[in-house]
Design a protein around this ligand. Structure first.
Ligand code: PLP
Length: 436
């Protein structure tokens, strides 16, 4: 494509000027691989964007979308329903921790977060504790890009340009502690006590003003931070002690990424609300969802029966194409055991990834399930540049990775084989060696 053909599209979360000088275009995808328009094969080290968990162009999913488009293209989700929306919800709640029994559909991770935050506020108000309006996030957290999400989020670049954001939000400390935990395999040993930071905010604001705490069980976008052993359990205990709802944002950890269907199960902690998107439809059609405990749902179910109970929803909630894609995705996951496959491969993946220890400028390596982070020392005066150069080198070598700051993030499709893991790590070794 010529430079002028690239002009009109203002690309999201992209270095637009750099991209348009040297475009990286993808034209086809199959299994573990993309192809460029010239037919060059690129190994997918990040499941598209943490979403194509079953690999690309899976026949059942492709067929389901095509069939659904022909059968019924759209159905309004307000005051009407269609069978696949209900079937999907029934199937989803069989995969989640048993206490999460209700499903509310959205179209993205960002919308799931906004929905969960609104549910938390409305829940407290509906049960007569309307003073609980404060929302607590965590430093370095990523919860999408809408105003609620960036308010509880803790990544400065996503916040600083956009004014005052939501009022009444505070943040607990992040869990990154390289001095004590660098090169931990799996969950780091130190840092459960960081959950006590919530007690600090309770002491400051009083529990009667706090509605909910939202965290990613594994922080992805900030550069793969694995929860320290016991941290999430401690957070759960403190929330319970003070009547605060706990929200897990499982937009990237949901659907098998950490070795169980959800990170809640991997870490043995059940939240009150749980947000998902991405892997729900294998990334094929935009869709998100919020799972809620029965008690949260039931608080809304009073008043005259002809009245709407929760004033929230999207035109495309439960879109028929998304529901069809999600049902076929769940079939594919089940038939191939993909929701637990990361658990079987994580030992091999961890060993391969940690073999990069000792390379120049590699200052930390982190992993859980099929998620990996390799942190590089920033170049003086050029934060993010070293990792970006590794990203470009990998692309030239035929591997797609992601970088955030100076951390390389890996989240390959769960259909990955050992030979692909070897190839990812060999390519990274070459790139880091060259770029450093
Ligand atoms: C934890 C988390 N929450 C929310 C989102 C936002 O999802 P979306 O980009 O679909 O709005 C993301 C996206 O990466 C995410 O990682």
């Amino acid at each position: 494509m010529s430079t002028t053909e690239l002009d009109a599209y203002w690309m999201p979360f992209t270095a637009n000027r750099q991209f348009k000088k040297a475009p990286r275009l993808l034209a086809q995808a199959q299994g573990m691989f993309y192809k460029t328009p010239e037919g060059r094969e690129v190994l997918d080290g990040v499941a598209g964007l943490w979403c194509v968990n079953a690999g690309h162009a899976r026949p059942k999913i492709v067929q389901a979308i095509a069939d659904q488009a022909a059968e019924m293209d759209f159905a309004p989700p307000f005051q009407m329903g269609h069978p696949k929306a209900f079937e999907l919800a029934e199937r989803l709640v069989k995969l989640t921790p048993p206490e999460l029994t209700k499903v509310f559909y959205t179209n993205s991770g960002s919308e799931s977060v906004e929905t969960a935050l609104k549910m938390a506020l409305a829940y407290h108000r509906a049960r007569g504790e309307g003073s609980r309006t404060r929302l607590i996030g965590r430093e370095r957290g990523y919860h999408g890009v809408n105003f609620g999400g960036i308010s509880v989020g803790g990544i400065v670049a996503n916040r600083k340009m956009f004014g005052h954001l939501l009022a009444g939000v505070d943040h607990i400390r992040h869990t990154h502690d390289p001095a004590r935990n660098a090169f931990s395999v799996g969950q780091p040993a130190h840092g459960a006590d960081l959950a006590d930071d919530l007690e600090r905010l309770v002491a400051l604001h009083d529990a009667s003003t706090i509605a909910a705490v939202i965290v990613e069980p594994v922080a992805g976008s900030t550069g793969v931070l694995i929860p320290p052993q016991g941290y999430l359990q401690r957070l759960r205990e403190i929330c319970d002690k003070h009547g605060i709802l706990l929200i897990f944002d499982e937009v990237i950890t949901g659907f098998g990424r950490t070795g169980q269907p959800f990170a809640a199960q991997t870490f043995g902690v059940t939240p009150d609300l749980m947000t998902v998107a991405k892997g729900l439809t294998n990334g094929c059609v935009p869709m998100g969802a919020v799972f809620a405990k029965q008690k949260i749902h039931d608080v809304f179910m009073n008043g005259p029966e002809h009245l709407i109970e929760f004033f929230h929803g999207y035109t495309y909630s439960a879109h028929p194409l998304a529901c069809a894609a999600a049902l076929a995705t769940l079939d594919t996951y089940a038939e191939e055991g993909l929701l637990t496959r990361a658990g079987q491969l994580q030992g091999y993946f961890a060993e391969a990834l940690h073999s990069l220890k000792g390379l120049p400028n590699v200052i930390d390596i982190r992993n859980i399930g099929l998620v990996g982070g390799v942190e590089l020392a920033p170049r003086a005066g050029e934060p993010g540049k070293r990792a970006f150069d590794v990203f470009l080198d990998c692309w030239e070598q035929g591997l797609m990775i992601r970088t955030t700051g100076d951390t390389i993030a890996l989240s390959p499709p769960l259909i990955i084989e050992r030979e692909h893991i070897d190839r990812i790590v060999d390519t990274l070794r070459t790139a880091i060696g060259r770029v450093a």
